[in-house]
Design a protein around this ligand. Structure first.
Ligand SMILES: [Zn+2]
Length: 468
């Protein structure tokens, strides 16, 4: 079960100082999971943590953001501040007027703008098809089509201020490829934390998308029996999954097996389910539950007690309600679901003290609703009692906690990775200002400039010279 190379020791991996996990551009290859642990660092068998890919193409140089107001994501009020970034890390937050940064730093004047942590979207499907109708010329099972759909969506997310996505089902190995290319700076977009394929029972939720014969390029993997579910988890792990995504329907034995297997591999589990399937998921010990689907008050209380987070994804259900006047159920999903009932579910979960994250679940061509879909999701939180600032903290700090990346992402503080957005306006006062993201850095790398995707200029390498 152990994925770490170094011998076991007492200190928890999550307690490592951030700097201990830096690696230079010339660092040797490490293990298959892309985790970097120098041999001098104590490790533990607490593997319940998402490991980040080895971002060997680390940005060089420094930059500062001067003149703006900083909403740092910690919950404190916005204040005037200067942010200093060196390489991929935020190294200092200075008071206005202080000038303690490297002489060669690039200075960005962000006067009148708000600087905040990049938004995180905990529920994406980067490779899902835009349209299901025939003749659109797009092949579901094509890795090339999947990758191009993913790149396009990543661009739209970044233009909307999203600097990390948790992708909870995509086609085949495509999300893992997108993840590596983004980490290396070869494509622009948010960081990708990928589940790989959605795992469901044969004929379960989402399986209608599959043909009879399974393909490795499916986005949904059907499995039967506890051993089948364990194997399905293993296959995602082998490809590089950061988490495991399950969906109803399943038996108690199946979800118990899948959660046990995932946890023994160090992977958190999230589940798309409803009613009695949520009872089973809670009993199995999942880490989070997607969507605002019906569940009992007892299940809500148990979620709170056991620290199971919720990613309510209100917006897809609101879109369905508005465009079709109802909710399309499935074999296990026959219930009333509308804007009132989903908000009521959110309200109940908030009251119970459940940790609530932000995700949009924009399938088909709904990506075109960004950034408004994300803004409306946050306004749903405000409807049940969040302030604008609290909604933004959910979108950044709380989402990073659910990702298990809170020691590196989600706030703007010294030591954190430089995932930063600049907004023309005050989103903590007016959420609609989130529609005006002008600049975004991911891992210290400029990827959005003046609202447009930005790829650094190619630096030519001299041709080899003839031997003398
Ligand atoms: Zn989904």
């Amino acid at each position: 079960m152990h994925i770490l190379l170094a011998p076991l020791a007492a200190a928890a991996l999550s307690a490592l100082p951030v700097a201990a996990q830096d690696r230079g551009p010339d660092a040797p290859p490490i293990n298959d999971r892309g985790a970097y642990l120098p041999s001098s660092v104590p490790t533990s068998d607490d593997v319940l943590r998402i490991l980040v890919p080895a971002d060997y193409n680390v940005p060089k140089g420094s930059f500062v953001l001067v003149g703006g107001r900083l909403f740092d994501g910690t919950g404190t009020a916005a204040r005037p501040a200067t942010i200093v970034v060196q390489g991929k890390r935020i190294t200092a937050i200075l008071k206005p007027g202080e000038q303690a940064w490297p002489a060669d730093a690039v200075v960005y004047d962000v006067t009148g703008k708000t600087v905040m942590p990049g938004l995180i979207d905990l529920h994406t499907h980067l490779t899902y098809v835009d349209r299901f109708d025939a003749g659109y010329g797009e092949a579901v099972a094509s890795g090339a089509d999947s990758a191009l759909r993913g790149i396009r969506r990543m661009g739209i997310f970044l233009q909307s201020g999203v600097t990390s996505v948790r992708d909870v089902a995509s086609h085949g190995d495509t999300p893992f490829v997108l993840k590596r290319w983004q980490a290396d700076g070869r494509i622009v977009g948010p960081r990708v934390f990928a589940a790989g394929q959605l795992i469901t029972a044969t004929g379960g939720h989402g399986a209608a998308l599959n043909k009879t014969a399974p393909s490795p390029m499916d986005a949904v993997r059907e499995a039967s029996g506890p051993d089948g579910w364990r194997e399905a988890v293993r296959i995602q792990f082998k490809q590089g999954a950061d988490l495991i995504k399950l969906a109803s329907e399943y038996s108690q034995a199946e979800i118990d097996a899948a959660v046990d297997e995932a946890h023994s591999l160090g992977l958190p589990v999230t589940v798309d389910s409803e009613t009695r399937y949520i009872d089973m998921a809670v009993k199995a010990g999942v880490d989070s539950i997607e969507h605002p689907l019906p569940r009992s008050d007892a299940a809500i209380a148990l979620m709170a007690k056991r620290g199971i987070a919720s990613v309510p994804t209100l917006i897809p259900y609101r879109i369905i309600q508005r465009s079709s006047g109802g909710y399309f159920g499935s074999t296990s999903r026959r219930f009333e679901l509308n804007e009132t009932t989903i908000l009521e579910m959110l309200r109940k979960m908030r009251k119970a003290g459940i940790k609530l994250g932000v995700g949009t679940d924009l399938i088909t061509n709904w990506i075109d609703y960004m950034p408004n879909a994300y803004i409306e999701e946050l306004k749903g939180f405000v409807k049940v009692g969040y302030s604008n600032s609290e909604a933004l903290v959910a979108a950044t700090k709380t989402n990073a906690e659910i990702l298990r990346m809170a020691d590196r992402l989600g706030t703007i503080e010294p030591g954190k990775l430089a995932d930063i957005i600049v907004i023309d306006g005050n989103p903590d006062q007016d959420l609609d200002a989130l529609a005006r993201v002008t600049t975004a850095f991911v891992n210290g790398r400029l990827m959005l400039r003046d609202g447009r995707l930005f790829m650094a200029q190619h630096m030519p390498v001299p041709l080899p010279q003839p031997a003398r």
